[in-house]
Design a protein around this ligand. Structure first.
Ligand SMILES: Cc1cc2nc3c(=O)[nH]c(=O)nc-3n(C[C@H](O)[C@H](O)[C@H](O)COP(=O)(O)O)c2cc1C
Length: 422
């Protein structure tokens, strides 16, 4: 397979322009402008990164998928003047994922597809960051034809790949990365970031949460290294901090964000020293002057309901750790902004921004079922319920549950606080 690490092509499009935006004392803080790196948003309702498996398989590059007109429509429907979209998790290389329908950013075909997406988003005068993704031990050799790499040779135990219709398959024991393989992988991210910027993205977000590769380095139950990349909270953060420094050097710190889940349990993340480690990480990342840190609320996980997740976190309280994003937010220095996500809805999305607890709120599931979410929040219109079974497919009629929403019902109390994704 021929892949591209550096594109000569640069895709030009309309620049986003927020010069006409304005706000006054009666404007809720959620709809006030925000300086984020080198861009100025005109409101703080952000599209969270959402894997939707709707990209097209390539006929040219094995095991790859690329964005098409359908994906252009999906993103442009959610673009508003001066609003920020974060792309779905976008693999940085073939080893990074291999999931069907997930568009990477490492072949020319993928970059051309993404350039059409960013162009459509910019025509609506919105901004879009590309979420850079490496699944590490969470992918499988059957998907990539390559051995999965991780911090240590610690496989996922409980879960099995069990896509509908396929027999469950145990996860591979990942290959523990050598220092040169760490550098090689960092370089894949850097190449992907360069591709993202030449494809018209306004910046990149490192997915360093939810148990994916950088997070595998963060967690003491997965990272059992005794070298410079493991053994202490500081050393477990080294993979991510070095990576972010390299990305800042490549695309500029104003165009870099990082997503973290300090309370994450997904993908068997059970690391200790959470508060000490993630406050250290947030402080160090913020010192680099990056555009933002994107934090997932403790109540949200991708496998349990809100109440089950909060019950599970009780033992953090017992050992004196705060079950809130406050300690992490407190160590962030200007100009780094704080975006939060996880369980936000029209009943709880206003106060935190108003109080200055965080700067912007990302919405996932409600943005899936309400492409016009920004307008609905602004005008107080009711939200439509999301349909879980259509989050990651179907693959036959890709538009269903993506750009075409059938049998819509308004959301009610029962839609709030349910974290499960399937
Ligand atoms: C269908 C689906 C796909 C998701 N894909 C991603 C992803 O690609 N990257 C990521 O960081 N988070 C992903 N998430 C998590 C969301 O970004 C978000 O944090 C989560 O849905 C909580 O926000 P919400 O309560 O507003 O839905 C996904 C969530 C859902 C429901």
């Amino acid at each position: 397979m021929r892949t591209s690490s550096h594109h000569a092509a640069v895709y030009f499009c309309f620049p986003s322009d927020t010069s006409s935006m304005d706000s006054d004392a009666s404007t809720p803080a959620l709809f006030a402008p925000l300086h984020l790196g080198s861009i100025v948003l005109s409101h703080r309702v952000v599209l969270a990164p959402l894997t939707r498996n709707r990209a097209e398989p390539s006929e040219t590059y094995d095991n790859t998928w690329f964005p098409t007109g359908l994906n252009v429509l999906y993103y442009s429907e959610r673009a508003t003047q001066g609003g920020l979209l974060i792309s779905e998790a976008t693999p940085v290389s073939r080893r990074a994922s291999g999931l069907p329908g997930v568009p990477g950013i490492y072949t020319p075909e993928q970059c051309e597809g993404w350039a059409k997406v960013t162009c459509a988003v910019h025509k609506k005068r919105a901004f879009i960051f590309c979420q850079l993704w490496h699944q590490g031990r969470v992918t499988h050799s059957r998907l990539t034809s390559l051995e999965p790499w991780s911090a240590s040779a610690v496989p996922i135990e409980e879960s099995l790949h069990n896509s509908k219709g396929l027999d469950p398959v145990p996860y591979d024991v990942p290959h523990p990365m050598s220092v040169s393989e760490i550098q090689e992988t960092h370089q894949e991210y850097v190449n992907a970031a360069r591709n993202a910027i030449s494809s018209g993205f306004d910046g990149v977000e490192v997915h360093a949460g939810n148990g994916y590769l950088p997070d595998q380095f963060h967690h003491s139950n997965i990272n059992v290294r005794t070298d410079a990349y493991g053994g202490t909270p500081e050393k477990r953060c080294r993979f991510t901090i070095e990576l972010v420094k390299k990305l800042c050097a490549e695309v500029g710190k104003a165009r870099v964000g990082v997503r973290l889940s300090p309370f994450g349990l997904f993908n068997e993340t059970r690391g200790e020293d959470r508060q000490e480690q993630w406050t250290y990480l947030c402080r160090e990342l913020s010192k680099l002057g990056i555009a933002y840190i994107h934090l997932i609320e403790p109540r949200f996980d991708e496998w349990r309901s809100e109440s089950q997740k909060l019950d599970f976190l009780q033992h953090y309280k017992a050992i004196g750790e705060e079950v809130s994003l406050r300690p992490y937010r407190k160590v962030m220095l200007p100009p780094t902004k704080c975006i939060v996500a996880g369980g936000y809805h029209p009943g709880n999305c206003w106060e935190g921004v108003e109080r200055g607890d965080h700067d912007a709120v990302a919405f996932g599931r409600f943005f899936i079922s309400n492409p016009d979410l920004v307008d609905r929040l602004r005008t107080g219109k009711r939200l439509y319920r999301y349909e879980r079974s259509l989050f990651y497919g179907p693959f036959g009629k890709k538009e269903i549950g993506y750009t075409v929403h059938l049998n819509r019902e308004f959301a009610g109390e029962s839609d709030i606080g349910r974290a499960q994704m399937v």
